[in-house]
Design a protein around this ligand. Structure first.
Ligand code: SF4
Length: 308
């Protein structure tokens, strides 16, 4: 958005607020599409004119695809069961990604929302409407939340907001993100989701560059986490990686203890050496029992609020 853009409305939505998140999301979606003329939704800030067909590092255009949508029970206990909706494509290139084939492909899955170049509006397509109906059904069957994830959903923020505008106002909505978005993306998201589940994957920029091909990771993710901690309910996820206890988990844990005391921390220990993990000698195995024990001991010593 340029400097003359009108200010965004004051956040007003969320489960239990008594005000319409659907309307807020629809309004934000209209603003978000404008961002695609010079896209800086993620921290690559490549400026691609996606409305004119240009592609940035994420390879996303104006079409959003969903490669996975179902009720799941493997997320944090306080959120599950969740109706999870996964958009294809991502702005990171994590070699250990457990959904790499779809997460690295912005066209993976079924076309859900599309924005035509000659149009000023976008409408969820039939599959988007179907997904919204399935989310309604899942909530009626006692799903506790609807989770939007990827890949990385930030790169499809306009389409995500279109989709959210179809969901019930009282649904508990979860934004699952790699925390690599910009202030522009955060402004569009403000007040839309009830919970952020945000990854803090790497404890230093060298590991982030080597394993996910992304520069300046630490400063970017910390900026996003600090914002989320003051604007929404936040759960910080860290996937423990084999051989990365000291270089990644320790600095992540120490920063969280010092800067976000009391924040909920989800320490995940299910690393699987898939996708391109074999390119990195330390990632060809799962984490060991001693590594997992040491990781939890460190969290306890630092007073982190681990959640199941
Ligand atoms: S989401 Fe990021 S990588 Fe993709 S076009 Fe926008 S700024 Fe570029």
């Amino acid at each position: 958005m340029n400097a003359t853009a009108p200010p965004l409305p004051v956040p007003e939505a969320g489960a239990g607020s008594g005000r319409s998140r659907r309307l807020l999301a629809a309004h934000r979606a209209a603003l978000a599409w404008e961002h695609l003329a010079h896209c800086e939704l993620c921290a690559h800030r490549c400026g691609a004119n996606r409305l004119a067909g240009e592609l940035g590092p994420c390879h996303a255009n104006t079409e959003a695809h969903v490669f996975h949508a179902q009720t799941e029970v493997s997320d944090e206990a306080e959120l599950a069961p969740v109706f999870a909706v996964a958009f294809g494509g991502c702005d990171l290139r994590c070699d250990f990604c457990n959904t790499g084939r779809d997460s690295w492909n912005a066209e993976a899955g079924k076309l859900t929302v599309s924005h035509q170049r000659e149009s000023t509006e976008a409408t969820p397509l039939a599959y988007g409407q179907e997904l919204a109906a399935r989310a309604h059904q899942a909530l009626a069957r006692n799903a506790r939340s609807v989770m939007i994830l990827g890949g990385e959903p930030t790169i499809h923020l306009p389409a995500v907001l279109e989709f959210v505008s179809l969901l019930p106002d009282d649904a508990r909505l979860v934004w699952k993100t790699n925390a690599h978005g910009t202030a522009a993306a955060r402004e569009l998201l403000d007040g839309v989701f009830d919970v952020w589940v945000a990854d803090y994957k790497f404890g230093n920029d060298l590991c982030a560059q080597r394993l996910a091909k992304v520069p300046h990771y630490t400063a970017i993710v910390r900026e996003n986490l600090a914002w989320a901690a003051t604007h929404t309910e936040l759960i910080v996820r860290h996937l423990l990686m084999p051989g990365h206890l000291e270089c990644c988990w320790r600095p992540v844990a120490e920063w969280l203890a010092a800067e976000l005391p009391g924040v909920k921390v989800s320490l995940r220990t299910g690393f699987w050496p898939g996708w391109f993990s074999a390119q990195h000698p330390e990632l060809v195995r799962t984490t060991s029992v001693p590594e997992e024990r040491l990781a939890r001991e460190l969290a306890t010593r630092l007073g982190l609020r681990l959640i199941p």
